[in-house]
Design a binder for this molecule. Structure first.
Ligand code: FE
Length: 280
């Protein structure tokens, strides 16, 4: 089984989104074709309330899905389907925007700040105008599989006999949160027809045949072709997320929170937002 090697390494840029939330956009527009079906990865993380309290007031989405993983802090949310509540450390949200949803995500002042990841996953053309859906998952629903030298939280997909609670994402991603002790190694099956990347939350991680060439926290690496991904933690141990899913291979027409296949579909979405016919 050929081992996947590091292909592209990205650190992203500081960006301000929503009403002025400071975040790190790890990848986005410029990399979306290489990361297909993944469109964007935001890492929000700050101990300074000024960075996160502005939040993401009511805004629309269409044609994509988001998986939000809150690692620390709490976020209040509400949407046009009538969902609402507050999520806390380790909780997850899956939102399928489908034909249209309007929602808000408002971080709450928290003693250890607000830290998490938001991953956008594209929808194939035939599912972009489906009914929107939302699902909240609490930390307690996430299986934690001990590995002997660490642990794996299975957020989505299956691993180690456990099945993640995030189900129904169109591209059926495998999404794992991996913690490794110092100098521990682990490998995962990652079939060659799937796009695979990892993002380092803490410590250093080497991958593939260059396991010693460790990458640090905040780095995201797209893996090249192969069937298996292998990781080696540095002397301080490591925590990273490892994600893979099959690409869609369709054209992307992307305007802010709306991701369609053609410019015409994008223009229609923005016209519908103006004339009030966006929500189906
Ligand atoms: Fe949003």
């Amino acid at each position: 089984m050929p081992i996947r090697e590091a292909d592209i390494s990205v650190r992203g840029n500081t960006a301000y989104d929503g009403a002025g939330v400071k975040l790190q956009r790890i990848f986005g527009h410029a990399e979306a074709s290489r990361f297909d079906p993944f469109l964007l990865l935001d890492a929000f993380g700050s101990d300074d309330p000024n960075d996160y309290l502005p939040g993401f007031p009511m805004h629309p989405h269409r044609g994509m899905e988001t998986v939000t993983y809150l690692i620390e802090g709490s976020v209040r949310h509400g949407d046009s389907l009538g969902n609402g509540g507050t999520i806390g450390p380790g909780d997850l949200q899956w939102m399928n925007a489908g034909s249209g949803i309007i929602h808000e995500e408002m971080p709450i002042r928290s003693p250890h700040g607000v830290h998490g990841l938001q991953l956008w996953v594209n929808l194939p053309k035939r599912e972009k105008m489906r009914d929107p859906a939302y699902r909240g998952v609490t930390a307690g629903e996430v299986p934690i599989v001990p590995t002997g030298s660490g642990s794996v939280r299975v957020l989505a997909g299956e691993w180690g006999g456990a099945r993640g609670p995030i189900i129904g994402v169109a591209r059926a991603p495998v999404y794992l949160d991996v913690e490794l002790d110092a100098d521990a190694a682990i490998s995962f099956e990652a079939p060659r027809d799937r796009t695979a990347f990892f993002y380092i939350l803490r410590g250093t991680v080497g991958t593939g045949s260059d396991a010693a060439g460790a990458h640090g926290a905040g780095v995201c690496i797209l893996l090249g072709h192969g069937d298996e991904a292998s990781f080696l933690a540095g002397p301080e141990g490591a925590r990273f997320v490892f994600v893979h899913a099959p690409p869609i291979g369709e054209p992307i027409a992307w305007g802010g929170p709306i991701v369609m296949n053609t410019r015409e579909e994008l223009e229609l979405a923005f016209r519908e937002l103006e004339d009030g016919s966006f929500i189906k």
